[in-house]
Design a protein around this ligand. Structure first.
Ligand SMILES: [Zn+2]
Length: 340
């Protein structure tokens, strides 16, 4: 598989012990995550920032999946009353449902100014793929019992995953847009940016967005003591559970930096996977992390809840830009939590 591109940015500050640093070629994945916010700047240096994702209103496709499975079950029942004709009927109804959903998405795409209609993702797998830590992303003394750190989900389907991080910008238009388009995404939340308006993400959650852990204060974890890391990771688990009723399974360390303590603590607090990313999306460009500068089946795309004060556009501009890349390359967006 492709190598993560080594690219240093001049204002990226290196930290010695960060795990991501060890990834490719030993000196540090110098992809700078630069969050230009006062008070947040110091750590901003290191690696990649992750974006959280949730699933926007995947209702139609999920229902469709259910129908598909029903069809299969009926077809497999020897002499069952449903028979082949019944199964065919279910399949036809299912196909019609998919067709209608895609027609609705075409209307929504026009309404929201997308260059093309987002492609429909295939039904999620009945069994999630076995995900292992990407080569070069291991921690010292780590083994298979730790949550895997990965940038791509193993699949041969032309799907990618959209993840949005931090939670600073809370644009109501984003929620409506993603629901209209029926595009899933996952959120990775940092409490210090979210706590002024938990309600925004409650709304996102009601629309199908999964809320995952991106720590309490977005600190550089390898620079913290075990106790401090535990507070950053596990207290955020508790807050999300208290505010939203579900305890995250997925965790993304700020800047993509972690060490063995990070993974052991995350595991102890209920985390089963650590998705990083293969590409980062901005309203005006993509930052590619693989050498071939392209999307690959199962790639995780990072972006952020940000607004015009942070970059060149509002969240709908970001969505239009990243969806153009994804759709033009023939990919559909799937829901990360269906696979990881
Ligand atoms: Zn972040």
């Amino acid at each position: 598989m492709q190598l993560v591109r080594q690219k240093d940015e001049p204002d990226v500050k290196r930290r010695g012990s960060g795990r991501t640093g060890q990834a490719r070629g030993g000196t540090g994945r110098g992809r700078g995550y630069l969050r230009r916010r006062p008070g947040h700047a110091v750590l901003a240096a290191l690696l990649v920032a992750a974006v959280g994702s949730g699933c926007a209103a995947g209702t139609d496709s999920h229902t469709a999946t259910g129908a598909g499975r029903t069809a299969k079950a009926h077809a497999g029942q020897p002499g069952g009353p449903a028979g082949n004709a019944g199964a065919a009927g279910v399949r036809a109804a299912q196909a019609e449902k998919v067709r209608l959903a895609q027609a609705a998405r075409a209307v929504a795409a026009k309404k929201w100014g997308l260059a093309g209609t987002p492609l429909a993702a295939p039904a999620p797998p009945a069994v999630k793929p076995h995900i292992t830590t990407r080569k070069g992303f291991e921690v010292e003394g780590g083994d298979d019992s730790l949550p895997p750190v990965f940038t791509t989900v193993p699949t041969d389907k032309k799907i990618v995953f959209l993840t949005m991080d931090d939670g600073d910008d809370k644009d109501p238009e984003l929620l409506r847009m993603m629901s209209d388009l029926d595009i899933p995404y996952s959120a990775f939340l940092s409490d210090y940016l979210v706590r002024d308006d938990y309600g925004y993400f409650k709304d996102a959650q009601a629309r199908g967005v999964s809320l995952n852990n991106h720590t309490l204060n977005h600190r550089y974890l390898p620079g913290l003591s075990r106790d401090e890391q535990k507070k950053e990771i596990c207290d955020q688990q508790d807050i999300i559970e208290k505010e939203y009723g579900t305890r995250p399974r997925l965790f993304r360390p700020p800047y993509g930096n972690y060490n063995g303590d990070t993974l052991r603590i995350a595991k102890a607090c209920g985390i089963t996977g650590v998705p990083l990313w293969s590409e980062e999306a901005f309203p005006d460009h993509m930052e590619w992390r693989e050498e071939d500068q392209d999307l690959h089946p199962g790639d995780i795309i990072l972006t952020h809840f940000r607004g015009r004060k942070d970059w060149k556009g509002a969240m709908p501009d970001l969505v239009r830009a990243v969806m153009k890349v994804i759709t033009d390359k023939g990919y559909a967006v799937a829901r990360l939590e269906d696979y990881a």
